[in-house]
Design a protein around this ligand. Structure first.
Ligand SMILES: Cc1cc2nc3c(=O)[nH]c(=O)nc-3n(C[C@H](O)[C@H](O)[C@H](O)COP(=O)(O)OP(=O)(O)OC[C@H]3O[C@@H](n4cnc5c(N)ncnc54)[C@H](O)[C@@H]3O)c2cc1C
Length: 418
């Protein structure tokens, strides 16, 4: 066994991949520092309504993980934090971690008195800006740590003072400042995940131009009970339930003008979202326009199940253009099987946009070798390994498997226990 066995591991990003990597490494005996830039852990999956293929809520998996985290003294979790400097030293790294000002301290009991005293509202990041929330609030229902977050810049000094005074345990500090700590680590796991491809870039498909053209990530929030509509699937323009819903696959994916690659999950996500529509609006017509149906392995069963639902139609066709047509939306489609151009109408269109790696333009360049699309490559010679969508587009099950492997590689790279 190596002398270096006590070097902690650094895991960057606490989505499902980073949390899994941290837990697996800690349960193998390593000390772990888990750094997350958001105020709470969980990443993108906590914005999903239900997981395919079982359609269970993502909180199920995360609740188990937070219990494992709480029980494991080897993991130190730093939220609202980022790596602001890194230097290679010996086989490992010296890193500086900077934590944003703690306007709400760990003393917070999440009682909500501060929120009641706050008048200012801001776009809700958890709901992708589809609604507003108070400037001081719990980030979302399943937030861990269960601590309020304060958009201090959004409120004036007088209101900030009133908010602080409303807190019965003095946990609100409007004049908090950022703090930094420098540590040495034996290896790094990059698990920085993804963000959605912006629909505004898909102008020809109505993205950012037509209210009733939304992205798949928006559909997850519309269908969610703690989303902007309380879980009701409604057309943004009218506030009415749609009678016809169209899913447009490969929206900006496998396209040299946008993303070259397939995100691997979009067909399954749209099929899953078709079930959201049919459950809530059984009379609605759902049409999914696809180039290829990519539902590998056992997920093929899910495809067959959804395709068999009454009122669900799968059309092999490439949607080239979308425009407003009075109260509805018109799609221009190349119907591949019948070799003809068709026009179709819908009330709500969901663009199945892909996943862009956050690492594509982040400030971790010192650690990260990337491929042409911005996905991070393992570099074990530098004690850097990668987990989840930071490595390649994948679903939750694959991200978890991947993270387990990354944890083992990182433990070995750090000269840790085997
Ligand atoms: C519309 C849609 C629906 C989906 N539905 C499903 C589904 O039903 N089932 C399924 O299995 N998969 C689904 N997926 C895929 C799923 O979302 C991903 O597999 C999963 O999010 C991957 O987790 P991750 O931890 O790799 O990344 P993320 O969830 O993106 O987590 C990364 C974390 O890293 C943090 N971070 C980023 N940069 C930094 C930094 N520099 N420093 C510190 N922290 C940082 C982020 O804040 C985030 O918390 C869906 C995807 C989409 C687009």
């Amino acid at each position: 066994m190596s002398e270096n066995k006590t070097s902690p591991l650094l895991v960057i990003g606490a989505g499902i991949a980073g949390v899994t990597a941290a837990l697996e490494a800690a349960e193998m005996g390593s000390e772990v520092v888990l750094v997350e830039e958001s105020p709470s852990i969980g990443g993108r999956v906590l914005r999903i309504n239900n997981y395919f293929p079982k359609l269970c809520p993502p909180s199920c998996g995360m609740e188990i993980n937070t219990r494992r985290l709480e029980r494991n003294p080897r993991i130190r979790v730093l939220t609202s934090s980022k790596i602001t400097a890194a230097e290679k030293i010996g086989a490992g790294w010296k890193v500086t971690i900077t934590t944003a000002p703690a306007y709400v301290t760990a003393a917070c009991t999440a009682c909500g008195d501060c929120e009641a005293a706050c008048e200012t509202t801001v776009p809700d990041p958890h709901n992708l800006g589809l609604c507003t929330v108070k400037a001081i609030r719990l980030p979302h229902l399943n937030a861990w740590p269960k601590r309020y977050v304060f958009d201090r810049e959004a409120v004036g000094d007088a209101e900030a003072k009133r908010i602080a005074e409303a807190c019965p345990v003095n946990a609100v500090d409007p004049s908090a400042v950022a703090t930094s700590v420098t540590i040495e680590v034996g290896a790094v796991v990059v698990a920085t995940g993804w963000r959605p491809y912006p629909i505004e870039n898909l102008e020809e498909l109505g993205g950012g131009r037509i209210d009733d053209v939304i992205a798949n990530v928006h559909m997850e929030r519309l269908a969610s009970a703690n989303g902007p509509t309380g879980g009701k699937i409604l057309c943004p323009s009218s506030g009415q339930p749609p009678k016809r819903v169209a899913f447009v696959q490969c929206a900006g994916s496998r396209d040299v003008n946008h993303l070259n690659y397939c995100s691997g999950i979009c067909c399954l996500a749209s099929l899953k979202q078709a079930t959201y529509v049919k459950e809530q609006l059984p009379e609605a017509e759902v049409t999914m326009y696809y180039i290829d149906r990519r539902t590998p392995g056992r997920n093929e069963d899910f495809l067959l199940k959804v395709a068999a639902l009454d009122g669900v139609k799968l059309v092999k066709g490439k949607v080239g253009r979308i425009e407003r047509n009075g109260g509805s939306v018109k799609l221009h489609v190349e119907d591949v099987e019948n070799v003809r151009l068709i026009e179709a109408e819908a009330d709500l269109v969901v663009l199945a946009t892909g996943m862009v790696p956050n690492a594509v333009d982040d400030d971790l360049a010192i650690f990260t070798r990337k491929d042409d699309e911005g996905f991070v490559l393992d570099d074990l010679s530098s004690a850097v390994t990668v987990a989840g969508v930071a490595r390649r587009p994948e679903d939750v099950a694959a991200s978890v498997r991947d993270a387990t492997g990354a944890a083992a590689r990182a433990v070995i790279a750090a000269g840790g226990r085997s």
